[in-house]
Structure formats: structure tokens, C-alpha cells
Design a protein around this ligand. Sequence first.
Ligand code: A1D88
Length: 911
Amino acid sequence: MKGQVLCEKRTASDGSCVAVLTMDNKPVNALSAGVRVGLEKQLQELTADSSVKAAVLSGGPGVFCGGADISEFATGVEGPSLTDIIAAIENSEKPVVAAIDGVSLGGGYEVALGCHWRLASSRAQAGLPEVNLGILPGAGGTQRLPRLIGAEKSVDFICRGTPMKAQKAVQLGLYDQLVDGDYSSLLQAAVEFAAKAAGQDLTLRRLGRGKAKAAELSQKRQEYAKSRKGELAPQAIISCVEAAVAQDFQDAMKVEFSEFCKLMVGPQAQALQYMFFAQRQCQKVPGLDKAAAPGTCGIVGAGLMGSGIAMCCAENGIKVVLLDIDQKNLDRGMTAIKKNYARSVERKSKSQAQVDGLLASITPSTSYDSLGHCDIVVEAVFENMDLKRKIFAELDRVCKPGCVLASNTSGLNIDSIAEATKRPQDVVGCHFFSPANVMPLLENVRGPRTAPQVMAKAMAFGAKLKKVTCLVGNCPGFIANRVMNVSGWTHLIQGGLLPHQIDAAAEAFGMRMGPTRMMDLVGLDLFGRERERKGEQDDQNEYERFQKLLAEEVGPGNPHGWEIKSDWAKDYSKQQFKMRVSLRSHESGNPNKLLRGDGKYKGVVPEDFLGFLLKPELPGMKEWKDVETLPDGFIKYCRVKAPCMTPRDHCWKYTIDRRADGSIFVCIRTTTHPECPEKPGIIRAYYYNSCVFKMSETEEGVMEMTEFIFQDLKGGLPVSLMNAALPKGTLEANKAEMKTLLAKKKGCIARRDPLQLYKASRFGQKSGKGYYSYDASRRHSRDPEAEALIQQVWKNLGVQPREMSQEEIIDVLYLPVVNEGFKCLEEGMALRASDIDVCCVFGYNWPRYTGGPMKWGFSLGLDQVLAKVEKMGLKPSELLKEGAQKKWRINSKEFNAGVASAWNSRWTSKL
Ligand SMILES: C/C=C/C(=O)SCCNC(=O)CCNC(=O)[C@H](O)C(C)(C)COP(=O)(O)OP(=O)(O)OC[C@H]1O[C@@H](n2cnc3c(N)ncnc32)[C@H](O)[C@@H]1OP(=O)(O)O
């Protein structure tokens, strides 16, 4: 049995004997069975031993008691009940004085409420945080407190669940007296106090009697229904406090017991208790040694992020050098910090002296050389790889050996950044969430070459900053952004739902803000500009990639090489394009000799092409194999027999990349089987085509082909596109059906709706209008103009407005997130399912009482999740499939072993 209670007899100055009972259960003296048994036994001895006049109850130096043992909740609580023990303390004829040094929380503070007096050191804290675990103070806390400080104040104290420091706690009446000095002074004072109290009538010191003073709490119900939306515990707490006002202690205790039991077995309590341990576990990384936290941090970039990180460091005792090579930016950053702190002084959350100290610990600088003594440097400039690489090259030059070089990128490849230095092992990602001084999450990103001791230092950095720190792998978006980005809100908006319908469902689910309100807050201009920028960058990358491919395969060194020249013309008014491909052989010795006639293609765009990609049942195509679809139902990969211009079997492979600007690139590789069944031995050419289409959407919502790169390599004919393969008229016949199909699917690809709003200068809250319009106090309301823009998109897509149930909307929004979480696990990008939950809860305000997306997914049942994910046309994660088949639970050994092994195979081998 964990824990015990020690007893030591002390003699007070008046000569009387006082028993000092000390709860002993490291690290927080949780009230495990051993402690409860010990308390019960010591109380019996106290009654029996006539030489002892009084008792002091303590938890030793530094911590009084962290409350009931939460780990017992899942396995079932055995041994004497806490309620009975507290009653025994309260009913003792000999005075019991609590001597509180450090925290007295939950059951720990309830024990103190059972004592006749509560003495506290200045380090003490009182709290009833059970609400954060989805339960209530069920050992008489909801009853004794209202009888001590009144019903209204009790509701606030218990429903907020925030611990209160000693001085304030004394003012509120939570503690009777503050004792200056350390633990031994406190203990000495408590012993003297108890000795003096011996023999007094204790009736009035017993809180477990009578009723609490009358109070009206209906207002409080509304208040907490709003501030702790969706949570069951606050309302149950108010019911208990109402009972404290209306009923005698014993009857009201029955109400408390009943409410406690209802909450305890419910899903919210289970999820919140899971979260309690998940939050602590994510900071532990097997195989990493403990490291000292940095004492000095350099920050490169004095923008919003950089100044936020600087404040966060300063407030946690880390000295800062804030660097920006642009003096104006630096001044702006320092001004922002000063303004922020001035507001803290106004709000009295910090004193002027504290603020002066914090500002003194931040040194502004414009010179890289000032970073030479830093233990860690966090680069926090905007997301531009070239710029980041330049900065890291500079850091490599100026930073001392062993300095951790961290990038606050929110998604760029840490490895590419590390390559800019001669010490890639020292490079790590420290992904803060904005605003960095407020948001509790830090994702520490491990690059493929980051050394374990550097990771350990980054983890210690997070702990020192009091961030919930999670180690994650190096993949686009890392964990929180990666999984949340696949949420299907754009699918909904382009599928006939208005923003307020989507947000209402998300907020009822527990999200603090629905996705479109969130977009308005973040700023649609950021999103739009990024799209434009990324679109250009992607074009360039794609162009270079295919130029390279061409050069490798078609270049003069290649004996089968063809030089390809293609040009094309488009006439969108007729929805037609023409293409001409010329192949010139280097083999012939005359590069200008046209080896084959120009291939010509005249096709209808885009429905026929996209229709093919959408619709495996298209006539003429047969034996679809290995079909892999994109989330929106487009084919990502397939093999298909196509009765093309020759009777050969063609094996067509498609790779479709969806790009940030909303366009898609389609790469087709066609091989003709050498073992052609129809004409064995005659045509043995093995040819290979690759076509790259850049599809984008016109203003009118029509997909248009804006670029076409054609390759016909290693012989063979210019490929004929699919409509050449179809019986005449087939496409026409299919067009209507395809249009409907496209209307359904196309919006998913284009994701253009935010762009529409951006183009209409609706940037979100900052411009007073986005998906909603905003008043001067930033309150949102539906906006006919925004809705008209969205309705125009529906019209273009042929979509009708629709109604969906809350459950259906939530499925589309968040089941993709669960699926992506499983993908992170199978790729070894997250160490545990619960780490993903922690990232979403602390990085995205995912409702804590669902336990995060993974816990939520498991609670729905993985078979259900899988079925719905497949129905949505998403490619399910292999791990999810396995889990659904084997009926894993979140704590299944096999599941956790699989996840650990995926992590180890990715990381251990590279240590
Ligand atoms: C009817 C009555 C119901 C109740 O009483 S429910 C319980 C109510 N109490 C609470 O909710 C308090 C929860 N605990 C805390 O808030 C914090 O903890 C403390 C403020 C007490 C200490 O904080 P810090 O010093 O930062 O340490 P740490 O990392 O949070 O905890 C150290 C280790 O102690 C375990 N732990 C803490 N409280 C409890 C508890 N109440 N029951 C069981 N374990 C507990 C943690 O998990 C962790 O363990 P590891 O080192 O293995 O990660």
C-alpha cells in the first residue's frame, strides 16, 4: 500500500504533549490507501492516548497534500473512505490543527477543512481543483466550504478550480492564520496553538453541521454554463452548494455523494483524468538524460513571436538577448513588450518593481556577436527557408560550442535548416504557439540529426518556461498543425453549409471558437498571401523538378533520349485545348531531325479528364486495381487496363499533388506491359509517359488547365488521353453525370472559398469583416455579403444549401484529425497517442473534457471511426485499420507497443 502517516510527540511550551502527524507519500502526499489507513490508525491512537492533548496534521516541508490519489480512480478506491476520515478528524474531542506548507489541494484541502484550525506558511496554497478532473470535492468540500466562507464565494472557488496563494486565502477565510518563516517555524507555531486549544469546546470549529447562509445561485449557473461551456462538473457543484444552503449537513452530504458518483463514472471525468496524466507523461522521453536548463537565451527576430518568447523567458528566470538587425523592428518589439508589461501593472498582476526587473533581463541588440555567450538561441523570423538558413549560418559562426540552435518554425524542415550549419546535431525545432507568452504548448522538434543531449536541453528549456513540452518528429506541420489542418471545414463550407452552422456545431462540441471564427481571428489575409506566395513557389519547384527529370531521361547522354518540344494553345471559351508535341532524336545525329510527326491532341477540358480521375466506373476502363483515393475522392494512384489506341494493356499510375494555391498537379506514368497478351512478341516496347497538368480554378469556379508538360520517354507514341480511348459520344453522354460529380468533389480540391473572401478584402477581425462582420468590441454577427460570396461559390459548384446534424458536422470536421493522428503514430512522428491529444488540447484549445482527438476517437470505437473515414473517401491509416480490427483501446498494450516500436525504428537507429 502506497504512503503512510508518521507520528512524533512534541512538548509545547506549557508542557503539554502534542502529536504531530505527518502524511508521507512522495512526491505530493496524495491520499493513497496507505495514507488513509495511517490517518485512521493515528486518529484512533490520538483518542486512546490520554497523555496527548492535541494534534497537528502536516505534510512535512514543501507540500501539505495534493489530494486524493488520482491513479486510484481508474482501478477503484479501496480501504477507509476519505469522507469517514475527515469526519473522524472533525469529531475528535482533541483539537487538530492543520500546519500547511506548500499546496493543500482537493482532498488535501478537504482534510484541512476537517481540522479545527488551519495555519499556513507563506508558501501555502489552497485549492479545490477537482473540477479540472471532471469531478467535485466529494469528501465534504462542497459542504464545509459554504459553511465557512458562504455559498457564492464557494461556488466561485470550487468552479474555477484555481489554487489561491496563502495571503489571499487568509483574506478569504480559507486559512485562519499566516505564520512567517519556514516549515519548522510553522510547525512550532502549530504545536503551541494546538496546546492552547486543548480542552476548549470545539463545537463551533466543526464545519460539518447546520446549513450554509442563504444565497441565490441561479446567476452562477448561467455564468459557469458560459465560462465552462459543455462541462458537467460546475453545474453539479452548484447543485451541491445549493444543497448546503437548503439542507442540514448530513442530508446535503448525500446530495454531494450522489452528484460525485454520477460525475465519476461519466466520460468527461475519465477524459480529464486521462489528460492529467497525459500532460505530465508527454514531458518524459525514454532514453533522454536530464539536462540543465539554459540560463541565457538569444532570440533572433523581434516580431510578435520573438517578443512573446522573450517575455516568456524573462518571466521564468532566463536572461534574454533580443536581436533584430533592423533597429526599427527591434524598437517596435521592445515597445510591444513594455506596453504589455504596463498593462500588467495596470491590472495589478505585476508590480512596477517586478516589471523593471523583467525588462532589465532583456537586452536588445542588432549584432549577432552579442549572442556568443547564449546557451540557446531561438530563431523567430518569418517562414522563409532561405532567410532561416542564412541566420543559422550566422549562428554557426557566432554561437559558443554546445549552444542549442533552435528554430521556431511552424512547419519547415528542421533538417534543411540544420544543413546550413556545420553542427546539425545542435539544431532543433522549438515550435511556440502564438502568443508565445500565453499559449501553454511547446513542440520540440527532433531533426534527423539532432543529438539526444540537445533534445534533452530543449526539453529542459520547455520545463523551465513552464510550458507543456512535447517532443515531436520532423514532419510538415509537426503534430498540432499537421493533424488540425486536415479538419474538413472547407469541405463543409463548399458543400452547402454556412459559417455559423459549422461554428455552432464545433462550439457545441467544445471548441472555444469554430473554424471560421478562428480563421477570422488569425486573418484571411495571412492565409491568402501565403497561398499566393506558395503558389508561385510551388510552380517554380514543380517546373524545376520536371526539367531535371527531363534532363536525366531525355538528355543527350541517354541513348533512347528524345528531345521534346511541346506547345499548346487553349481556348477556354470553347473549353478546348490543343497540344502539339514534337519528338526529336539525338540518336539520329541530327538533333533537328523530326523523328516522328507532331502528335496532336484536341480535347475537352476539364470535365472529361477530371471525370476520369473521379470515376473508376467510367466506361472503357477496366480492371481497376490498387485504387488509392485522396480525401476528396480523386484518384491518387491506380492501375487500370485501358483499351487505348493499341490493344495493349496499359498500366497507368497517377500521382496527384494538391497544392496550397488550390490547383492540382497530376502526374501520369504509363507503362505498357512488355508481356502484352494480345500480341506477344510483337510489341515489346516499354514506354513511359509523364504528364503534368496544372489545374486551377477560374473565377467562375471552372477548373481550367493552365499548364501542361508532356513527356514521352524511351520510345513509343505520344500518349493519347483517355477520351481517345472511349467510344465516340461516351464523354458527351457522361458529361452531365460528371458535372454533378465534379460539383461534389471539385470544391474540395480548390479550397478557394477563403480566397474569395480575401479577394473581397474581407481579412477577418482586423478589417471588421471576414466570414462574419465585427463590431467595435469585436463581437461577430452573420454578414449577408460574406454569405452571398459563399452562395456564389455553391452556385458555381452546383451545390445546394443543406442541413446536417451536429454529429455529422463533427464527424467531417474531426474524424480526419483522428485519422491523421494515427498516421503520425505509424510514421513514428509522435511518441504516444496521448502526446497528440496534449498538442491539440494545449495548442488548439481542443476541448479538454473529450481528452483530445485520439482519446475521443478511441471512445467512439475505432471500428466506427474507420467505417466513417472510409465512407468519407479518406485513405485510412494502416494503424487505424489494425486497431479497428483488433478492437484496441487507448491503453491496449499491443497498441502502445506498436506505437513505441514505430517511434524507435525511426529514432533509435539514428541516435
Ligand atoms: C474527493 C477528492 C478528490 C481529489 O482530491 S481529486 C485530486 C485533486 N487534486 C488535484 O487535482 C491536484 C493535482 N496535482 C497537481 O495539481 C500538481 O501535481 C501539484 C500542484 C500537486 C504538484 O505540481 P508539480 O510540483 O508541478 O508536480 P507534478 O509533476 O504535477 O506532480 C508530480 C507527480 O505527482 C503526481 N501527482 C500529483 N498529484 C497527484 C494526485 N493527486 N494523485 C496522484 N498522483 C499525483 C503526478 O502525476 C506526478 O507524477 P509523475 O512524476 O509520475 O509524473
